[in-house]
Design a protein around this ligand. Structure first.
Ligand SMILES: [Zn+2]
Length: 632
């Protein structure tokens, strides 16, 4: 695909949890906890009118779902601030200093005074109904592969509560995560390809880790993407947790927008109007399906649902059109029905006959709806009121297809596709927080920020090559690795004790290779990698054994236990093993001549020892034994 021709524009919003001593607006410990005594309370949120007198459409949407939020407040990780029963305390200064460090490295314009603002939150993830956010710097840029990408804003904000589960209209949240400081870095929409989006995200993530003041692991970094193409619409995609799939998310969104534009053009060509779609009556077709053999239908009707349908004029073939891998235009309609009416899903004529619904039944429904050949229909099995709401939402979404791509907030699925989350919220959603006084940026804060400021990549490569004697290609590879910060710390730690290439091979290559083999490397903690390298540095384990040890560690073993299980803790008499191999292959060795058998014997001995002894030690023993043999 030619992304430039398509006019692709991507902006990133990176949210990263900071590793601070306290939460942003109280003194609770900023980490998650599984088991703890907790208080439980519930709230319902209600949309409020903004100062302009209009109700936020997104807020209204959430409220319409009639949800009740249940909050679980663990006693050791939350207080009255999280419960919204006490005003916020003064903001955590350390969080602001970290943001200042990032601002300095982007050459952003730092504000003189940081003001706390309230941003409306409507999904219940904050007990107060808003999130507190502070703008720390504006502007600046980052260089990625020689291209300048603008930075728009750098903010510090509080993380939301953690969603535990949804049970019908009840949504459960845990308050341990609420209030953990986050940095939010928003780039300008200067990114023009999916690959570039991933590169920029990786680079910003790397710089954040270089401050050594951010949390690591799944869930500590989240990306939102704004994606648009020419004639499409700005789509906000929330919650991409894995940096590695950013390119895919962008690629799939471009695909979706292109497909929606194709559907628009086809509908226009077929000559259907919005009014025609919106004027379609919702028809009760329960009588047709009453005697259906379909298990799905039988079950629904037994539970008191009815069958309701609408005609979608001239939509035949379009509902089954794939807009993203595994997702059809019909899926987009289903998303709307699900979210606006809470129904389980829809059935559309492009997929029928299916689910045991027969051809005759399809024909009867089409007849009752007055469907012509080019028409399609959507069927919903639900109680009357819900079904009508669902079909109204379907109708509205179908009519919007004539405009192309609707403005939406979408959520990323783990495979890189996305689903509808809610309509895009209105713009004016910020209000000043009067409970927290503004924070003046002092000289002292700027000085502390300077010390945390991440180095730039060119400087780092230079340092790695000259001081730590890393070959250029390895230094470059290390710089773009997701584990750069760990590798960098360990290269420094083992300087003079272990060659930097062993460290980088382990942290960057070995982990990647293990992942490719299907090993769950998330189970390997940084300290465990360090422990293995300690053993290598102390000469207790050969570097060749590192992959096997890490594999065992990923399965849940401790490093010590992995070493024992691999028999690496036994004293090995290398000379004895070499002698045994030489005796075993005596004939072959004599045929070749001992001097020319080095590689052969070396291979056999290393295979026998399977990484238990360093290659250099083995080589010496083999050389010595072969010389003796030659001398005889
Ligand atoms: Zn607290």
């Amino acid at each position: 695909m030619n992304y430039e021709e398509l006019g692709l524009k991507v902006g990133l919003e990176i949210h990263q949890q900071l590793d601070t001593k306290r939460k942003l607006f109280c003194h609770c410990k900023p980490d998650l906890i599984e088991e703890d005594e907790e208080d439980v309370f519930q709230r319902r949120l209600r949309p409020v009118r903004s100062e302009l007198g209009e109700v936020d459409i997104a807020a209204l949407f959430e409220w319409k779902k009639g949800r009740t939020y249940i909050y679980h407040a663990p006693r050791s990780r939350s207080c009255l601030v999280e419960a919204d029963e006490e005003p916020p305390h003064e903001a955590d200064e350390e969080s602001i200093v970290i943001a200042l460090a990032m601002a300095k490295s982007f050459n952003s314009n730092i504000v003189d005074e940081v003001h706390v603002m309230r941003k409306m939150v409507i999904d219940g993830s904050n007990t107060s109904g808003f999130q507190r956010t502070m703008l720390v710097a504006l502007g600046g840029s980052i260089n990625v592969d020689g291209k300048k990408i603008g930075i728009e804003t750098i903010c510090v904000e509080e993380d939301a509560a953690r969603k535990l589960k949804e049970e019908g209209k009840f949504v459960h949240f845990k308050l341990d995560r609420l209030g953990i400081p986050l940095i939010e870095i928003a780039t300008a929409p200067d990114i023009h390809t999916p690959y570039e989006a991933k590169k920029v995200a990786l680079r910003i993530g790397q710089m954040l880790r270089l401050t050594r003041k951010v949390k690591r692991g799944i869930g500590t970094i989240r990306q939102d993407l704004n994606v648009s193409i020419k004639n499409g619409a700005k789509t906000e995609i929330k919650g991409v947790q894995k940096l590695e799939i950013i390119d895919k998310v962008v690629e799939y969104e471009v695909l979706r927008q292109l497909k929606l534009l194709e559907i628009r053009d086809e509908l226009r060509r077929r000559g259907v109007t919005k009014e025609e779609i919106l004027n379609q009556p919702i028809v009760d077709v329960t009588d047709i399906l009453e005697k259906s053999e379909s298990k799905l239908v039988k079950k629904a009707l037994k539970l008191g649902a009815g069958a309701f349908a609408i005609r979608l004029p001239k939509f035949k073939g379009l509902l089954g059109k794939e807009v993203q891998p595994g997702r059809r235009f019909g899926t987009e309609l289903a998303d709307y029905a699900r979210f606006w009416a809470g129904v389980g899903g829809i059935i559309h004529s492009d997929e029928l006959p299916k689910y045991g619904i027969s051809e005759d039944e399809v024909r009867d429904i089409m007849e009752k709806l007055d469907c012509a050949d080019e028409d399609a229909f959507v069927l919903v099995l639900a109680p009357g009121y819900e079904a009508r709401e669902a079909l109204k939402a379907v109708k509205e979404r179908a009519a919007a297809a004539l405009d192309g791509v609707p403005e939406e907030t979408r959520a990323a699925n783990p495979d890189g596709t996305t689903k509808f989350l809610r309509p895009r919220p209105g713009a004016a959603r910020m209000y000043p927080e009067t409970d927290v006084p503004p924070i003046v940026i002092t000289e002292d804060m700027l000085k502390r920020a300077e010390a945390l400021k991440p180095k730039n990549p060119a400087e780092l490569i230079e340092e790695l090559m000259t001081i730590y004697k890393l070959p250029k290609d390895m230094a470059e590879k290390m710089i773009s690795s997701v584990r750069f910060d760990l590798a960098y710390r360990l290269v420094k730690k083992y300087h003079g004790k272990l060659h930097s290439t062993i460290v980088v091979r382990t942290v960057v290559d070995t982990l990647k290779e293990l992942e490719r083999e299907g090993v769950e490397i998330e189970g390997i903690r940084d300290e465990q990698i360090e422990e293995v390298l300690d053993k290598v540095a102390e000469g207790k384990v050969a570097k060749e054994a590192i992959p096997d040890i890490l594999k065992k560690v990923a399965e849940g073993l401790s490093v010590e236990k992995a070493i024992r299980e691999l028999d690496l803790d036994k004293e090995i008499d290398v000379n004895k093993v070499v002698r045994e191999i030489i005796n075993k292959y005596r004939d072959e060795i004599e045929k070749r001549g001992p001097q020319r058998s080095f590689g052969f014997v070396m291979g056999k001995v290393m295979a026998e020892l399977r990484g238990k002894v360093d290659g250099k030690v083995v080589a010496q023993a083999v050389k010595k034994a072969l010389e003796e043999l030659e001398g005889k």
